[in-house]
Design a binder for this molecule. Structure first.
Ligand SMILES: *Cc1c(COP(=O)(O)O)cnc(C)c1O
Length: 384
């Protein structure tokens, strides 16, 4: 099954590197990120790509993407420092988090950032004061479409279109530069028409503010592009083709500038998390299911298995007849169970000490790992 996700050469590299190292650790294959970046560029030739740093903030990942010509979407001044330290000019950075302290806005502004996203009055007023004249994206609430995504970013972000149009006017009055509309259709969005609905809303906002003589120039389509997990998704080329068609149908010849902020779609498939079976147990003599405890869990890399939202492919080198397992992590917390309801099957010959390889774990794993819960160190990452 691993060859459904990685080439023979890639897998050889992973095996050779991991053979003598103690688990758990994450391997990130930089070539895969490069390939994905090129796919984004091919699919969206006119778009500006702002890598969402939070997906995998590893220095090697940032350096590679900088070399490839990526821009960066940051969530905090700490991510800002990471990219600036690598020599990324501040005019290639967007502060996309709508939730930020006034003094952090000032710090980003002082360091040269002039592009922000906002979705509420308090933040617009802070931006006018701390980042005068900056360009602003206004983020739309995407409740209706995010329910089709595997990791929704709904409710908490964005505002209703009517409120967004009021914010645009307010921002203009306060001397900011209303620049465009942004949205995020939900992470790991497998329903491509979600973008159609979102672009339609963006278009409506463009027209409303046009009536007040404010000309928005750009749409920031956020992330949401998928990585291949147990549940497969369409290739990026199909996403690109459909989304470009939606843009043409809503905007005709006047398609605005397009910004993309892929995180998962760029780095997800590049990672393989290598773990070891710590224990195998049954809860009674007649139990039909085995509990398989591994040295990774919710707290040291597999956070997105919460609610069994993201189903990573799990591969072992053992083969033969398989049976149902419950997969759980190593900590003394009963929350630390990755998969119980979704029936994972692993070989009956699986033993303590065998390795389990979690595929497509390049995004939202290392950066989500706790500092020392139960004393376990944060997940180590190697970049090959
Ligand atoms: C998290 C986030 C992204 C990246 O989303 P993915 O689904 O991982 O591609 C992009 N933009 C913003 C504003 C985000 O918060």
């Amino acid at each position: 099954m691993h060859f459904d996700y990685y080439s023979i050469a890639e897998w050889k590299k992973i095996m050779a590197f991991s053979a003598t190292r103690e688990t758990p650790f994450l391997i990130v294959l930089l070539d895969i990120i490069q390939r994905k970046f090129e796919q984004f560029r091919t699919g969206f030739p006119d778009a500006k790509i702002y890598y969402a740093v939070k997906a995998n903030p590893g220095t090697e990942v940032l350096r590679l993407l900088h070399d490839l010509g990526s821009h960066f979407d940051i969530a905090s001044i700490y991510e800002l420092d990471r990219v600036l330290d690598l020599g990324v000019p501040p005019d290639r950075v967007s502060f996309g988090n709508t939730i930020k302290k006034a003094r952090h806005i000032r710090e980003a502004y002082d360091k040269g950032v002039r592009l922000f996203t906002s979705d509420c009055e308090a933040d617009v007023r802070n931006l006018a004061r701390e980042a005068p004249g900056s360009r602003l994206f206004f983020r739309l609430l995407m409740d209706a479409v995010t329910s089709d995504s595997d990791w929704p970013l709904s409710r908490k972000f964005g505002c209703q279109p009517r409120m967004a149009s009021e914010l645009v006017s307010l921002a203009a009055d306060l001397g900011l530069t209303p620049y465009g509309v942004s949205f995020h259709v939900g992470s790991q969005q497998r329903e491509i028409p979600a973008w159609d609905a979102a672009i339609a809303q963006a278009k409506a906002l463009f027209e409303w503010v046009e009536a007040e003589n404010i000309h928005l120039q750009a749409i920031n389509m956020g992330g949401g592009f998928p990585a291949d997990y147990l549940v497969r998704s369409n290739p990026l080329s199909v996403y690109a083709e459909e989304i470009n068609r939606y843009l043409g149908s809503h905007f005709g010849n006047g398609v605005p500038e397009i910004y993309l902020e892929p995180g998962r779609g760029l780095v997800g498939e590049a990672g393989v998390l290598v773990s070891e079976v710590v224990s195998i147990a049954k809860k009674s003599k007649t139990d039909l299911k085995r509990w398989v405890y591994t040295d990774v869990g919710i707290f040291n890399g597999l956070m997105e298995t919460l609610g069994e939202s993201i189903k990573y492919p799990a591969y072992t080198e053992k083969n033969g007849e398989t049976g149902d397992v419950i997969l759980a992590g190593p900590t003394c917390d009963s929350l630390d169970i990755m998969y119980e309801h979704h029936k994972y099957q692993l070989p009956l010959s699986l033993e303590i000490g065998d390795r389990i390889y979690w595929l497509s774990t390049g995004a939202y794993t290392a950066s989500y790992s706790s500092v020392e819960f139960n004393g376990f160190p944060p997940l180590k990452t190697y970049y090959l």
